[in-house]
Design a protein around this ligand. Structure first.
Ligand SMILES: [Zn+2]
Length: 299
């Protein structure tokens, strides 16, 4: 009898502790008291972490796993809905990036959703659709930070002062970054570039670069022989000497393309994926790395 009692007690303690563990299983989170902000993917997580930095009772958790890649065509997994059920606020890029949004709205109609790209002027991509990759330009990132800040203040007015102060500090850093990149890129000789996916038009627009061709291939999958041949043809036709691939794409394909075109391959990071607990300066750090790559490639 005594043993059974102990077992029951252990089991109940287990239940209590599992209930206390956070939505992703490893953070301390008090469901009723705290504000849980869930972000759809990496850049939204970095921006929001900066805006909500150090605010008591506010937690920011990223929904997608680090290896997700860009969010187009992303399909929700059961764990995503589970975390969204616990969320008070869901922060998305919007502009069509989260194709699963309707499903979230229909299943969780009460969830407060903040759209970072709200009201922003969007460029058309090659298929005539709106390009959602606004955060890849620094100006776009700053506007998204502003929109997220406004949304958070509206949803959680008690913390307005903190959100505002954090946001102003962060925007100052981003403005300084933008200025230093403009200075560094203004006298570059070659301005023609080829990229792998439609992530860079806003970046190119901001820094006066010319995207000659975009090679659309699925991140994380090896291109077929036919696709590879098409890519090689496109690069030769455009007579481009440098090609910018992304960390999410296969280096094997890039090497093969380089060998057959003579184009040199460099990596530009569109800040779509990164580690789960990214440092708050990740966006600036990645952009500074991109800047160095561009200067090296286009000199
Ligand atoms: Zn993308």
């Amino acid at each position: 009898m005594k043993k059974t009692g102990l077992l029951i007690l252990t089991f109940m303690l287990f239940l209590v502790f599992s209930a206390c563990s956070g939505p992703d299983g490893n953070i301390g989170f008090e469901q009723d008291k705290d504000t849980l902000i869930v972000t759809s993917f990496y850049p939204m997580y970095i921006f929001t972490s900066n805006i909500a930095d150090g605010i008591e009772g506010v937690r920011v958790v990223n929904m997608t796993e680090p290896q997700t890649g860009c969010l187009h065509d992303y399909q929700l997994v059961p764990a995503d809905m589970k975390i969204l059920e616990k969320a008070d606020i869901f922060i998305i890029n919007g502009a069509g990036m989260e194709s699963f949004l309707e499903k979230v709205i229909s299943q969780l109609p009460e969830l407060t959703i903040i759209e970072a790209a709200k009201g922003m002027e969007l460029l058309d991509d090659e298929n005539g659709e709106k390009n959602p990759h606004v955060w890849v330009s620094i100006s776009g990132a700053i506007q998204e930070v502003r929109n997220i800040t406004d949304g958070l203040i509206a949803a959680d007015p008690a913390n307005e002062t903190f959100y505002r102060k954090n946001s102003e500090n962060y925007i100052k850093k981003l403005e300084a970054l933008k200025q230093s990149m403009h200075d560094a890129l203004k006298d570059i000789e070659t301005r023609d570039i080829v990229t792998f996916h439609e992530a860079f038009p806003y970046f190119a627009h901001e820094f006066d670069l010319n995207i000659v061709s975009v090679i659309e291939r699925e991140p994380g999958s090896e291109p077929s022989a036919g696709e590879l041949a098409e890519t090689i043809k496109a690069i030769n036709e455009a007579q481009v000497k440098v090609l910018f691939t992304e960390p999410q794409y296969s280096p094997k394909a890039a090497e093969s393309i380089a060998a057959q075109t003579g184009a040199k391959i460099y990596i530009l990071d569109p800040v779509v994926t990164g580690p789960k607990d990214a440092e708050s300066d990740s966006y600036e750090r990645i952009m500074k790395e991109n800047l160095e790559v561009l200067i090296e490639a286009l000199k």
